[in-house]
Design a protein around this ligand. Structure first.
Ligand code: ADP
Length: 275
């Protein structure tokens, strides 16, 4: 009888504790949802007037401004672009965090995707006098199934950083087939640069929001400190993990592995043109 009373009391305590935990969880979820909605509304509200500012700056720059006006307009253009990138990145992080981002599964060609990225960044490579090399394993299947938009965003961000923080050096992008089974392929990606490198005590924090290198690096190179946060979150969303090795003055290496399905089905003929 005594044991029964103790058991009942324990059960009651446990139930109360569970109730408290559920209430705390609901409260936290509500707060997080409210924060996410607030951020989204503010960012969207800022984007509309900012589009007007950027648009008008563009028109005025086309209008053959005088030397002094040109200087002011160039500065306005820089600030406008910075703020646009910043707002877009905040929205992107918010979207990923509130699980509003869906992972796509569509057929794509990895070689084409990497070549397109390379050609879109050629100007930046030559501006900083960098050799920019792509090494793509020939055994990677042509028809992978995955999320090419998110993969492009990840690789573009990493190469963009590599080219930005390297001058008169090398940026190498390597894609290797790590393993392959019937319908699955794992690809290993490596983005290597011979740039300024990252101090050991910053190797973890560079992936955190608003985290940047030293004040001098920040002043010289600019940026929002949000790019690597998005890259890390996107890689994790696709089931991978980003790793970083770096040495100040020698360069940095970012690596990650991702799984893809292989599209073995022949391409569908949508419309045949007959002679
Ligand atoms: P940012 O917009 O400032 O470049 P990121 O999140 O992309 O923001 O990067 C955070 C910081 O990590 C950068 O400010 C820079 O100090 C450092 N960093 C990122 N990539 C590299 C790289 N390839 N070489 C050297 N430093 C890098």
């Amino acid at each position: 009888y005594k044991n029964n009373i103790i058991r009942n009391q324990n059960n009651l305590l446990l139930r109360e504790k569970n109730k408290e935990l559920i209430l705390a969880k609901n409260k936290a979820e509500k707060a997080s949802k409210a924060r996410s909605e607030f951020l989204s509304t503010v960012s969207h509200e800022l984007r509309t007037p900012l589009n007007a500012i950027n648009g008008i700056t563009h028109i005025l720059l086309e209008d053959k401004p005088k030397k002094k006006q040109l200087k002011y307009l160039e500065s306005l253009k820089f600030s406008g672009n910075y703020l646009t990138t910043f707002i877009n990145e905040i929205l992107e992080i918010n979207k990923i965090d509130s699980t509003k981002v869906e992972v796509e599964n569509i057929s794509f060609n990895l070689k084409e995707l990497l070549f397109n990225i390379q050609s879109s960044l050629k100007e930046l490579a030559t501006a900083n006098k960098n050799y920019f090399n792509l090494e793509i394993d020939k055994t990677i299947p042509d028809n992978l199934i995955g999320d090419p938009t998110k993969l492009s965003q990840i690789i573009l961000n990493l190469i963009n950083n590599a080219l930005k923080f390297t001058q008169n050096g090398h940026v190498n992008v390597i894609a290797k087939l790590y393993s392959q089974e019937e319908e699955n392929a794992t690809v290993y990606f490596e983005i290597v640069d011979t740039g300024i490198g990252i101090p050991e005590d910053k190797l973890q924090s560079v992936f955190e929001s608003f985290s940047q290198g030293s004040i001098e690096v920040n002043r010289k190179y600019g940026g929002t400190g949000l790019g690597l946060t998005i890259v890390k979150k996107l890689i994790e969303l696709l089931g991978g993990e980003i790793k970083l090795k770096s040495e100040v003055g020698k360069g940095s290496t970012f690596t990650f592995k991702l799984n893809f399905k292989i599209n073995n089905e022949p391409l569908e003929v949508i419309e045949e043109v007959k002679p």
